[in-house]
Design a protein around this ligand. Structure first.
Ligand code: HEM
Ligand code: HEM
Length: 287
């Protein structure tokens, strides 16, 4: 896994570096000259994600360690995250809402706009790779919380200090956070898509202004959620989960303690069924 991490990280960082250097050495505005690349990136990511879902091996316990992440999940999380970091940096350079832009001279340099474009391409590739994989893996309850997750595993556990022992591969609180990421991500994507379209077709100024405010508000919410996400990892000292992004594994002991439902599934080969209001029985795990 460590070698895969190095290769994926090198490829993503190299793609970003080439994009950023190219952004600064051209007068062209990528959103104007090659907007179709954004659609190709999303489509390619989705197809590769579907292929991964259909081809990936089984999660298993081996010699006291549990395989938690493969190279594909690393790319989904960190590839998308690196693209988003480029989006955040260029967004700050461009300025939004009441934050003044740092590089406002867009007439003389399209640099920050082009970095935004590069970030969009990398984030769409990684993000849609995740979407394709997630939809076709058909384990929706892995990341979508149900009512007990929200009230027992999030509000009860963290705010009322109640015991909660139904943690799956991702903690109930992580599932709630995922819902937040998905909702805000969809808001940014839809408003961003309209702004990309505005580079291709004429659009009413009022509509453009409306979607710009929407894009910026969702961006602000995203920054807030990202800070909470990172602070929770660091504050709750989720080191095993953090290191598992690099090693791909956690110890079986840790899996049993922190993720008992997932551990049981790996041991027995049977998975709990999912209902919005609770859990229904168990079913055989599909590969
Ligand atoms: C976390 C993700 C993102 C953040 C934080 C972000 C933030 C921003 C900010 C701050 C601006 C400058 C203010 C404005 O014009 O609204 C901007 C502009 C823009 N964004 Fe994003 N954005 C993100 C993702 C996206 C995505 C996914 C797309 C495309 C689907 C996109 C497309 C655009 C476009 C086309 C512009 C306008 C460029 C222009 O001035 O013509 N953004 N974004
Ligand atoms: C734009 C950036 C990022 C996005 C969109 C993102 C999103 C996610 C999502 C959706 C998950 C799955 C479960 C959950 O919802 O918590 C996750 C897990 C995780 N993230 Fe992030 N993340 C980002 C950046 C980071 C950063 C900078 C760190 C470093 C502290 C980090 C550390 C983790 C860890 C440790 C996990 C849990 C892994 C596991 O349980 O095995 N993330 N992230």
């Amino acid at each position: 896994m460590k070698l895969k991490v190095v290769i994926i990280l090198t490829l993503v960082l190299a793609a970003l570096a080439v994009g950023i250097v190219f952004s600064n050495t051209t007068d062209a505005v990528f959103f104007d000259s090659v907007p179709w690349i954004t659609i190709v990136a999303a489509g390619l990511g989705f197809i590769l994600g579907v292929a991964r879902a259909l081809l990936k091996g089984k999660e298993e316990i081996s010699y006291g360690e549990v395989i938690r992440h493969g190279g594909g999940s690393f790319l989904e999380h960190w590839g998308t995250a690196l693209g988003i970091f480029a989006l955040l940096a260029s967004g700050i350079l461009l300025g939004f809402l009441f934050f003044p832009g740092i590089m406002k001279n867009l007439d003389t340099t399209p640099f920050p706009l082009n970095i935004h474009f590069v970030g969009v391409v990398v984030a769409l590739l990684g993000g849609f790779f995740f979407v394709g994989d997630y939809i076709f893996s058909r384990k929706y309850d892995r990341l979508i919380p149900n009512i007990p997750d929200i009230f027992g595993g999030f509000i009860g556990k963290y705010f009322l200090r109640r015991k909660w022992s139904s943690e799956d591969k991702y903690l109930s609180s992580q599932k709630v956070a995922f819902l937040g990421f998905a909702f805000i991500g969809a808001g940014i994507l839809i408003s961003g898509a309209v702004k990309v379209a505005a580079h291709i077709w004429p659009i009413d100024a009022d509509y453009w202004a409306f979607f710009t405010v929407l894009h910026d508000l969702f961006s602000l919410l995203f920054i807030f959620l990202l800070i909470v996400h990172v602070l929770l990892v660091l504050g709750l000292r989720e080191w095993p989960a953090l290191f598992s992004w690099i090693t791909g594994k956690v110890t079986e002991e840790r899996a049993e303690e922190d993720y008992p439902v997932w551990h049981k599934e790996l041991k027995t080969g049977k998975r709990r069924g999912y209902k919005l209001l609770g859990y229904k029985g168990v079913s055989k795990v599909e590969k």
